[in-house]
Design a protein around this ligand. Structure first.
Ligand code: MN
Length: 329
């Protein structure tokens, strides 16, 4: 069945629809859920968004109609039983977080995932999954226009932001003509790129620059500079009082290196090292992440490796870089 047909089938028979996304949501998850919620309201649905936590202050400009509530405060606006739960930008109920999972399990109503991350064939068959979509926001935009709705600026700004963020400003190979066609439709509502860009990226304080300087000066590479990496520690985050969310873009600085094929960020959380991977375009970093126990897209992926007394951050860096060199060779 076509993705749009699965969407229509699920939505048609539902009156009360709650939309969630993954815990610690990014702008793709948040933007997609807000826009979808407003679209469903235009169809006459009683629709709200609910996540484990309240929206972070910095995302509130995306939600002037106040569609998003934490699981704890949802009852102030919606106390009934949902007929349908839609989860965007992930494809398991576990990833919505403990509170939303418990909320969903009270009702065990229909559930529909709308996502672009790789997942089991069975999930792809039953849900609205397009692993080629540059962002869940693009997929949601296609579903909204697919059911015959027009965008307004309240729907367009969150979706534009979702696509902007998830493509790191349109730099990944997942960006296609269809992505830019969607962007054109969103811009036709009158939204301005600087509003979206500055709302997300232009919100930092000077400490952010100092931490970025520190992380940039940790940049290192193998001898042919095809693999480059940077290191960030929990202690530095604490010292500069920076939210982890604000460091996701750091790794992209490595992609300006001439020869780089794979960029890595090693984030030392004390007991674990989180390793993010970015591809400069030709190499599939999803494969690297999977071979190290993680997962993700071909251009952006991640994994976690445990640190022990006998296995330090430096050991992890050495082993991971060696593994990547083997895979590249
Ligand atoms: Mn996404």
């Amino acid at each position: 069945m076509e993705i749009i047909d699965k969407f229509v089938l699920a939505v048609e028979k539902a009156s009360n629809i709650i939309i969630s996304t993954h815990s610690f949501p990014d702008a793709d998850g948040i933007g997609s859920q807000i826009s979808l919620c407003l679209a469903l309201r235009k169809l006459g649905k009683n629709s709200f968004c609910s996540n484990d936590e309240d929206l972070l202050e910095r995302y509130k400009y995306l939600d002037p109609m106040n569609t998003v509530f934490s699981v704890d405060t949802l009852h102030t606006e919606f106390s009934g039983k949902p007929d349908l739960v839609i989860v965007v930008d992930t494809n398991t109920i576990e990833r919505t977080g403990k509170k939303f999972k418990a909320y969903y399990e009270q009702f065990n109503c229909d559930i529909l995932f709308i996502d672009h991350h790789p997942c089991a064939q069975e999930t792809q068959d039953d849900h609205c999954i397009d692993t080629k979509a540059s962002a869940t926001g693009q997929l949601v935009g296609e579903l909204i226009t697919g059911i015959g709705l027009e965008f307004d600026e309240y729907m367009a700004l969150p979706l534009y932001t979702a696509i902007l963020i998830d493509t790191s400003s349109f730099r990944y190979p997942t960006v296609t003509a269809a992505t830019h066609e969607m962007i054109a439709r969103l811009m036709a509502t009158g939204i301005q790129p600087p509003r979206a860009y500055n709302g997300i990226y232009g919100t930092k304080k000077i400490e952010h620059m100092h931490l970025l300087g520190k992380v940039l000066s940790s940049a290192d590479s193998n001898s042919n500079e095809e693999v480059a990496w940077m290191v960030l520690s929990q202690a530095e985050l604490k010292h500069f009082d920076i939210d982890i969310e604000d460091t996701h873009g750091f790794i992209n600085h490595l992609l300006i290196l001439d020869n780089v094929k794979v960029a890595c960020m090693f984030r030392d959380d004390g007991n674990q090292v989180k390793i993010s991977f970015r591809s400069s375009g030709e190499y599939d970093v999803g494969t690297i992440a999977i071979s190290l126990g993680g997962g993700g897209h071909s251009h952006s992926a991640a994994t976690l490796i445990n640190k022990t007394e006998n296995y330090s951050r430096e050991d992890i860096i050495t082993d991971v870089v060696q593994k990547i060199e083997e895979l590249l060779a």
